[in-house]
Design a protein around this ligand. Sequence first.
Ligand code: SAM
Length: 217
Amino acid sequence: MRLRNIPGAKDAIEESKYVIHNVQEKKGKWQEIFGNSHSISIEVGMGKGRFIMDMAEKNPDTNFIGIEMYDSVLLRALQKMEEREAQGTLPGNLFFIRMDARELPLIFEKGEVGKIYLNFSDPWPKERHAKRRLTSRQFLERYDQILAEDGVIEFKTDNRPLFEFSLEEIQETKWHLVAHTFDLHHDPLLNEGNVMTEYEEKFSSMGNPIHKLIAAR
Ligand code: SAM
């Protein structure tokens, strides 16, 4: 996923109708972008975006925003959107933002987001990088600033140390666990309606169990 320098990626993103720019100006006004009052779900670190595209297609009454920090990765998602448009399966309830998720509270108003998806987030295994993990207490604090009162975080990974770290961070903060499993694909309840991500397909096909947690305040 580290395809950082693809020539022309910046221009393609700048011109794409699927990408929202000047995002700080949209704070508190995201429903206007979608032209409806549906709840907004975001995926932080969406990669090539298959999960959020499939989610948007399956849930037309929810607005989706995919967030990715690398131009080169976002470009792959834009190419997929073009393919879907050509096939006539383009979801109209999905936009993308290129940004570092550390800035989430600058672009969403308190309570503006209904659900946050974190899928196969980078593990940052070194202890001194723990605050970069998307389930660290620092990120949980950022999510707290944008999520609706009844909002939830859904996190999936095959990385056991990262999952255990995430369970601990939830215990140490104002969040609580709504549900969790160490083997999602064999958990009939939590696996119902599961939409696979690119990484989930890759790692589960290698035999890795997928862990999932749902957290709320
Ligand atoms: N969610 C996808 C999946 O499950 O197939 C992609 C997983 S990939 C391992 C993690 C992605 O998160 C990468 O594309 C990375 O660039 C992005 N990412 C990591 N930290 C981020 C941050 N702070 N803000 C935005 N994106 C981030």
